[in-house]
Design a protein around this ligand. Structure first.
Ligand code: NAD
Length: 358
């Protein structure tokens, strides 16, 4: 495991995305997003995604420098088609338009469809929060094999369908809940496989539907499935993410009549609310702070060192990793360098960017 600074990772990501053909601004947006995911502790959605992006772009399943097509623009409703554009750039533009509309009308509903991987969903809630907007995001994953077994199923029928919601605070979101509806994100199983570690109990089933802690079957051979979090309740939220994001946006759901080409397409339904239109921002913020203090004042339960609120682990990781660097395993680094080489980038230059051979 090697600690690599955010600056180095940013240069590495920018170099690879530029080599895919992205213009400078798009490459910067993708790199900003990936490195922030690493800094927030979500390595599953950080620079380790680059080999997948290279594979998809080379297969024509990710289109650099794409622009959003407006399908519906009616009062508070925007339906936007990303036409397989880089999710980090497409979602950023969709959120900019959604926040601008919410500032006019009080609230906006943005249905983004057919985007390549939009990454860490919390990033989009943070963008909205920075504009003084509360937001809720339902996301589905299409054009990819199912990975999640809904409650009672013995095999995968859904994607990991993340859900995210946040309320703005003084300095970024006051609270930010951002989670896969599977018990763990698929990328966490990939990270565990790369590190040679087991996944937590109760998160994965094998090809016969039996519980397992070995991630290799799922990651390397696509056998078995991730379980939904929270039994029937989490499973129900995963189904609603599929329908609210996939069906409402006009993007495809994971239902088997759609062909799958092994890419990662996301559909995202975002509800964006301008706090200033609901009431006094400071009163809402004070209420949020009082509630947070009340919850955190609970004596920690046995086995817990302290009570944390959604978004706190990411804030802490961001502070620590910004100072110390991001720990990355040799396999992840080797895969990124190999992906860069397929684009004609010199191995020596890539190795120099990460500060030495993987
Ligand atoms: P996670 O389980 O690490 O965290 C989920 C939520 O729980 C977060 O809001 C976090 O702040 C909170 N949390 C964590 N530990 C806590 C604690 N001890 N006390 C209180 N709250 C706590 O996240 P995950 O489900 O593994 O998801 C990881 C990332 O993967 C997310 O950013 C998600 O958006 C992303 N994702 C993206 C896609 C996609 O297709 N684009 C698919 C799935 C997941």
């Amino acid at each position: 495991m090697r600690l690599i600074s955010a600056e180095r990772l940013h240069r590495l990501a920018t170099t690879i995305v530029r080599a895919l053909g992205s213009a400078e601004r798009e490459a910067a947006e993708v790199a900003d997003h990936l490195v922030r995911a690493n800094l927030c502790g979500h390595d599953s959605h950080g620079v380790g995604m680059l080999p997948d992006y290279v594979r998809m772009a080379r297969a024509g399943l990710l289109v650099p420098n794409q622009t959003l097509a407006t399908i519906v623009d009616h009062q508070a409703v925007l339906v936007l088609d990303a036409r397989r554009g880089f999710g980090q750039a497409m979602a950023a533009e969709a959120m900019r338009r959604g926040c601008a509309r919410a500032r006019e009308t009080g609230a906006a509903i943005v249905a983004l469809r057919d985007s390549c991987h939009v990454g860490r969903i919390g990033h989009w809630a943070e963008q909205c929060a920075a504009e003084g907007m509360a937001s809720v995001h339902f996301v589905s994953v299409a054009d990819h094999d199912a990975l999640q077994a809904p409650y009672g199923c013995s095999d995968a029928r859904l994607g990991t369908n993340p859900f995210c919601a946040a309320l703005p605070g003084e300095d970024g979101p006051a609270v930010l809940l951002d989670m896969a509806t599977s018990a763990i994100a698929f990328g966490k199983a990939r990270v565990a496989r790369n590190k040679g570690l087991p996944v937590p109990e109760g998160t994965v089933i094998d090809g016969a539907g039996r519980p397992t802690t070995d991630p290799t079957g799922l990651v390397d051979r696509h056998e078995g499935a991730l379980l939904a979090f929270g039994l029937h309740k989490g499973s129900g939220l995963a189904v609603l993410c599929e329908l609210l994001a996939g069906a409402l946006s006009g993007g495809q759901t994971i239902a088997p009549h759609h062909t799958k080409r092994d890419s990662i397409k996301n559909n995202m339904l975002s509800i964006i609310v301008d706090l200033a239109r609901l009431g006094d921002r400071r009163t809402i913020a004070a209420e949020a702070e009082a509630l947070k203090a009340w919850i955190k004042g609970s004596p920690p339960a046995p086995g817990f060192a302290e009570v944390l609120l959604p978004g706190e682990p990411e804030r802490r990781s961001l502070a620590r990793r910004s100072a110390e660097g991001v720990p990355l395993d040799p396999r992840t680094l080797a895969d990124i360098v190999a992906a860069g080489e397929t684009l004609g980038l010199a191995r020596a230059a890539l190795v120099e960017l990460i500060g030495g051979a993987p």
